[in-house]
Every structure is written in C-alpha cells, then in structure tokens.
Ligand binder design. Structure first.
Ligand SMILES: [Cu+2]
Length: 307
C-alpha cells in the first residue's frame, strides 16, 4: 500500500511537472487580399491572398508559427476577405469548414508527445485556388524541452531553416481570381516559382532562407511544398540526411542524398552538415521551376554558405 501511494504521488508530481512546462500559445491570423512582388529581372507584382499576423497586410507564406510539444496552441483566424476561407494544419486539425467573410474561428491544437516537427497549414477550399493565391504557412513544433533536436532524442542541429516552395500562375489564376473572376482550374501553367514567397534573386540573399554557418555546424532544413507541382531540390556542397518524411521520423542510418523530391503538400526534414568552405547553390531540378516568367534562377533557389 505504501509503495502504491508513493508511486501515485510520483505520477502526480510527474504530471504536475509536465503541466508546468507546457504553455498556452496564442496566435491570430488575419486573412486579406493584397499582392506579392517578385523582384529583379522577370519579376512582377501579383494579386495574392494570405494569412498575416498584422491585420491589413498580406504575407506569402503566412507567419511561421512556433510552439513546443505539450503546448496548447490557440489560433484565431479572422477572415477579412470577401470570400470563404478556412485553415487546416495538416495532421493537426480536421475542421475544414468555411470561415465566412467577416467571421472568425479559433482552432485549438493540443500538441501531444511525439508531435515535434514541421506542419503545413493552408486553406483547402476553392479547388486549390485559395492555396495557389498564397494561403499557406508553417507551424514548427520543437521538442518539449525547446532544445535544438529535431524531436526528443532525435538528431541535433545548430540552426534551422524553413523552406516553403510554391508556384503561381499569374495570367490564368492570380490575375483572374484577384479581379474576382472565375479561374479555369483545368489549365495550370505556373510562371512564377517561389522560395519562401520570393524569387531566387531575393531568396539567395535572404538571411531567413540561406543556409549560412560555420564549418562543423549542422543545419536542420524544414522543407514544405505548398504548391501544386512536385519539386526536386538539389543541394550542392554536401549531401543531406533525410531524418523525417511527411511527419514520419526516419531511423539511423539516415538516407543520404543531394536531391530530394517533394510532391505537393508534402514535408521533409533534412540535416545538412557544413563540411567545407565556400558558397554553394541550392536549386531545383526542373528548369522551369528555376525561373521567374522564364528568367533563369529567379525561381526556387537559395545559397549554402560555409565559413
Ligand atoms: Cu544542381
């Protein structure tokens, strides 16, 4: 009996400890119409819709949401646009019903054990039009201790990056949907290809995108394909290790490679060890996807810089 009482007290204390370390994290996302600009040769400004943490602005991709395992995340989504939208965090939420114009909805996510990872959130309504227009983003979940491992007991890293790849068909989708017209979804010929919502000329110099570190460091790169086409990312400099694929933790020895293909709506986590001095490109292996309206390397590309 004494032992039972002791173990019960132990369980209670353990429970209290885990409750104490968990937090409630609140986010508000505002949906609105705006525009996105691809700078440089081939660039343009396109109509876009997006989630933003600042009312009245449009962000593509939407804000990076972060939390730890064990946290309760409340995401209030406010629809300030004139058509229906929704918010679905892949693998975490299931309510895909519409938020009407002017309405809002609160999504509560209880991040249980083994939830550390990289999640795509997006608007799943309107035959992919809403997503194509820019309605997607990433929720990053760290382990319960908030440390730099991919998951509790998982591979360690020095710094991480989030890469959201996507594409837009300006004349056939953005121009039409942005003007309130009816998109012929049977024809999709995207001509802008985006890395974190930027053309390559910007993404190659964007501190939040480039893998930029010191020899001996390890980067964890969280890759999300929010587009409608598969994307094959080619890393120069060193091979990566695939540690997670579509939310599923891989086991050692990890698959190594220099090209990883991500189908639409898929995710992957790779570690990349900075092993040699120099600047190396990361680009995609479909020539068209490297471009902005045909202009080379203003598409999905960034840099790997080892110092
Ligand atoms: Cu290459």
């Amino acid at each position: 009996m004494k032992r039972l009482v002791q173990s019960t007290i132990g369980l209670l204390l353990a429970g209290l400890a885990s409750i104490a370390s968990a937090a409630t994290v609140n986010y508000t996302l505002y949906i609105s119409a705006g525009s996105i600009t691809v700078n440089g040769t081939g660039g343009t400004t396109m109509s876009a819709w997006g989630y933003s943490d600042v009312a009245g602005t449009t962000k593509v991709p939407g804000p990076l949401l972060t939390a730890n395992e064990g946290d309760t995340v409340n995401i209030t989504v406010v629809n300030n646009h004139n058509i229906n939208h929704n918010f679905v965090a892949q693998g975490l939420t299931t309510d895909a019903t519409a938020i009407a114009p002017g309405g809002n909805k609160v999504y509560t996510i209880n991040l249980g054990s083994n939830s550390a990872g990289t999640y795509l959130y997006s608007d799943t309504l309107n035959s992919n039009i809403n997503r194509e227009m820019g309605m997607y983003g990433v929720l990053k979940v760290k382990p319960a201790d908030g440390g730099n491992t991919a998951w509790t007991g998982g591979p360690a890293y020095t710094f991480d990056r989030v890469w959201v790849v996507s594409e837009m068909d300006k004349p056939r989708w953005n121009d039409v949907a942005g003007a309130g017209g009816t998109v012929n979804t049977g024809v999709y010929k995207p001509n802008y290809f985006l890395m974190n919502g930027k053309g390559g000329f910007d993404a190659m110099h964007d501190a939040a995108t480039t893998v930029d570190g010191l020899l001996g460091q390890t980067a964890l790169i969280r890759i999300v394909n929010a587009g409608q086409q598969s994307s094959s990312l080619h890393f120069h400099g060193n091979h990566f290790k695939v540690i997670k694929s579509n939310g599923v933790a891989q086991s050692a020895p990890y698959l190594e490679g220099d090209v990883i293909n991500l189908p639409p709506m898929s995710t992957a986590e790779v570690t990349y060890y900075l092993n040699q001095l120099g600047d190396y490109p990361m680009h995609v292996h479909t020539a068209q996807q490297e471009t902005a309206n045909g202009v080379y390397l203003n598409g999905v590309a960034t840099m790997i810089i080892m110092k």
